[in-house]
Design a protein around this ligand. Structure first.
Ligand code: ATP
Length: 452
């Protein structure tokens, strides 16, 4: 097995075993391109979204919204999705597998009888049908009658919910251009080939922010947001050398874009986009003005000018970011055991603010009042931070179990605690231990994780 595959397999297996991610509807054989977040996964995902939400909306110039997933079908005509949101699809006449025509070179056949065979080989042998354009939007019907007048779409991106609410938000919050609107929510795409775990799924979450600016100032804000967004990943601990910019070439820009860059992360299977930063010009607001017949212009009180703002978009995938943080944090390291031997410890070096569980509390042994003290410490932490109490097995094994899910701090009650009301705190990455008064535990955590 190629090392990059075995690394990915290990991460997928840990994700399942420790309750980060399960296959959707697993007992029925799974549903392709859909995943469920387990008890620890939902915490990690929520922490990623919370960090993004804080970075975006704890500012004077950005407001949040939560628009509905189903929208008026004209939205998707105006946005260009009905016409343009397609991928070219080909079928292999021999094995019946289906591929994206533009991804044939890197695609492997998913048909069990042909597994391991590069799709490019069938192309070379001329076994593919002509490419057909396939629209990636999921269609459904609103109301009881399934006719064409009742067609609605599951949104393929959250951005349109922001554009159509631009003036509502602007007037309700009395914002002045430049300002932004942020949203986190589900998006759905009927991808032809789903692959690479959470990377390309049919249901996923986006974290999108649209920043409305005066035309002519767009290039400056585009650069500002590019550097802020890259910094966000770095501040949350992603390895700098595994992040890069990919600029969309002139001829390959989306129909709405003046300039576009992707932030790419180097996954074990190769570089992949985790976020796009786009200069969308006045395309979106102009199109909605045209299709809805409602003015979407902004009136600038100061200069008495009316204009259609340009939009700088930062569009991140919560699930792709989740996967990047998980993959980046995964390490297998040599660590000493209690009796001085070396063993491999698996550790998720997640940024403490992203870690699903912030602290664990262990009594060293299950007697002498240690469990009772441990429970009291756990109860004191619980209202403020997610905490896990564990009294089963050797303490070394308990540390390893927490390392594997990225818990940054473990507090252990031992015989010295009975004498001087101190515990040990062991830090996940350095494995260093120090003593700390029981009454200082909350402030120790708050100093490292942010005030509660
Ligand atoms: P790709 O080229 O990989 O299909 P895209 O360019 O279509 O992606 P955008 O439309 O720019 O992606 O979407 C913004 C973000 O939404 C992406 O950077 C990614 O993080 C996320 N995203 C898009 N499609 C998917 C998907 N099928 N599964 C998971 N996340 C996705």
């Amino acid at each position: 097995m190629a090392p990059e595959n075995s690394l990915m397999d290990k991460i997928v297996s840990l994700a399942k075993r420790r309750g980060f991610v399960f296959q959707s509807s697993e007992i029925y054989g799974g549903l392709n391109g859909c995943w469920d977040y387990g008890p620890l996964g939902v915490e990690l995902l929520k922490n990623v979204k919370d960090e993004w939400w804080k970075a975006m909306t704890f500012r004077e110039d950005i407001e949040g919204i939560d628009a509905s997933i189903l929208m008026h079908p004209r939205v998707w005509e105006a946005s260009g999705h009905v016409e343009n949101f397609t991928d070219p699809m080909v079928d292999c006449r021999e094995c019946k597998a289906r591929f994206r025509a533009d991804q044939i070179e890197e695609s492997m056949c998913g048909n069990p009888a042909y597994r391991g065979r590069k799709a490019a080989k069938c192309q070379a042998e001329g076994k593919f049908t002509e490419a057909r354009q396939f629209n990636l939007m999921f269609r459904t019907f609103i109301g009881p009658v399934e006719d064409s007048g009742a067609v609605v779409y599951l949104r393929p991106e959250t951005a349109q919910g922001i554009y159509v609410n631009f003036l509502n938000v602007q007037s309700a919050s009395r914002q002045k251009v430049p300002f932004g609107i942020a949203q986190i929510g589900k998006a759905f795409r009927n991808e032809i080939n789903t692959k690479n775990f959470l990377f390309r799924t049919r249901e996923f979450e986006q974290m999108e922010m649209q920043y409305f600016v005066k035309p002519g100032t767009d290039e400056r804000y585009f650069e500002e947001w590019r550097s802020r967004r890259m910094q966000w990943y770095l501040d949350l601990g992603l390895t700098g050398g595994k992040l890069q910019w990919h600029r969309h070439e002139e001829g390959k820009l989306a129909h709405y874009a003046k300039d576009a860059y992707d932030i790419e992360y180097q996954f074990p299977f190769g570089w992949g986009e985790i976020e796009g930063v786009h200069n969308r010009t006045d395309y979106d607001l102009s199109r909605h003005e045209q299709y809805s017949g409602k003015a979407m212009k902004y009136f600038d009180e100061a200069s008495k000018e009316k204009f259609t703002p340009y939009i700088i978009e930062t569009s991140a995938g919560a699930s792709r970011a989740f996967m990047a943080f998980l993959v980046d944090a995964y390490r297998e390291e040599q660590a000493p055991t209690a009796d001085g031997k070396m063993e491999v410890r698996t550790v998720l070096r997640l940024h403490p603010r992203l870690a699903p569980v912030k602290a664990a509390v262990f009594p060293l042994v299950n007697r002498d009042g240690m469990p009772e003290i441990g429970r009291r410490i756990e109860a004191a932490i619980r209202p403020h931070f997610r905490v896990f109490y564990d009294e089963s097995g050797a303490v070394g094994r308990r540390y390893r179990r927490q390392d594997e899910v990225g818990t940054p701090y473990c507090f252990t009650v031992d015989s010295q605690t009975l004498e001087d009301q101190t515990v040990t705190v062991r830090e996940r990455d350095s494995m260093k231990q120090e003593r700390l008064g029981i009454d200082a535990v909350i402030s120790y955590l708050a100093d490292r994780l942010g005030r509660v």
